[in-house]
Write a protein that binds this ligand. Structure first.
Ligand code: AP5
Length: 219
């Protein structure tokens, strides 16, 4: 039977676990604006040089820069064929509008809900593996070996002070963005073990895929 690829948005405050869940979701093309921007910064591109200061101070990069980056990525063949998992976009009402105008709508909008005090601890303890791109945490998810441990890096925006301003930015924008996706929103408790959160996401995605296939099969 024919099946339409899934289109998924995952949202939530800084360190709510978006990237961690996306590591567990297979088959869809993972598009993380934070990862794309960090790659631009480390290769010293024009976009990267523009983005650096904003990211370092926990502010949003101007909409037009991020929107151009995302729409270019979404229009590539793999995203069209396999479906996509958009992580960290839209982050403002204007970004949500841009996608609507391009007729880019997700099948489901997942929001991970985690209390503020836990978010701060998660950010401050986060470590990244520059070789594999995997996300670790000094207490919650320590690295598997000393070799990995030795190469882990800390994000420059993961200090307590910067996390607080990122959280403020998130809160200022959250309501306006979610109003665009009310009818397809699923809010999940993100303050549970990652496997438990993933189980919920996995069954939500299966259900949405089933509904899509059923709709398609209708004469
Ligand atoms: P971005 O990289 O998107 O940062 P963010 O939204 O702040 O999200 P994080 O990456 O911090 O968190 P996450 O939810 O992925 O959590 P993770 O899984 O890593 O953006 C960075 C910057 O780029 C922005 O500030 C902005 O400047 C710019 N930018 C990006 N997109 C933009 C846009 N659209 N427009 C404009 N500017 C944009 O987990 C966090 C930690 O918690 C890890 O250590 C992890 O191991 C641990 N953890 C995860 N899940 C659990 C769990 N269930 N239990 C215990 N610990 C857990």
């Amino acid at each position: 039977s024919k099946s339409e690829p899934l289109k998924v948005m995952i949202s939530g405050a800084p360190a709510s676990g978006k990237g961690t869940q996306c590591e567990l979701i297979y088959g869809l093309v993972h598009i993380s604006t934070g990862d794309l921007l960090r790659a631009e910064v480390s290769s010293g591109t024009e976009i990267g040089n523009k983005a650096k200061e904003f990211m370092n101070s926990g502010k949003l990069i101007p909409d037009e820069i991020v929107t151009a980056m995302v729409t270019a990525r979404l229009s590539r063949q793999d995203a069209k064929e396999k479906g996509w998992l958009l992580d960290g976009y839209p982050r403002s009402f204007a970004q949500a509008r841009s996608l609507e105008e391009l007729n880019v709508r997700p099948d489901i909008y997942i929001v991970l809900d985690v209390p503020d005090e836990i978010l701060i601890d998660r950010c401050v303890g986060r470590r990244l593996d520059p070789v594999t791109g995997r996300i670790y945490h000094v207490k919650n998810f320590p690295p598997e070996s000393d070799e990995i441990k030795a190469r882990l890096v800390t994000r420059s925006d993961d200090t307590e002070e910067k996390v607080k301003s990122r959280l403020e930015v998130y809160k200022q924008n959250a309501a306006a963005i979610s109003s665009t996706y009310t009818s397809i929103t699923n809010k999940l408790d993100g303050n549970r073990p990652k496997e438990v959160v993933f189980k919920d996401i996995d069954s939500l995605l299966s259900q949405v895929q089933k509904d899509k296939t059923a709709k398609l099969a209708k004469p």
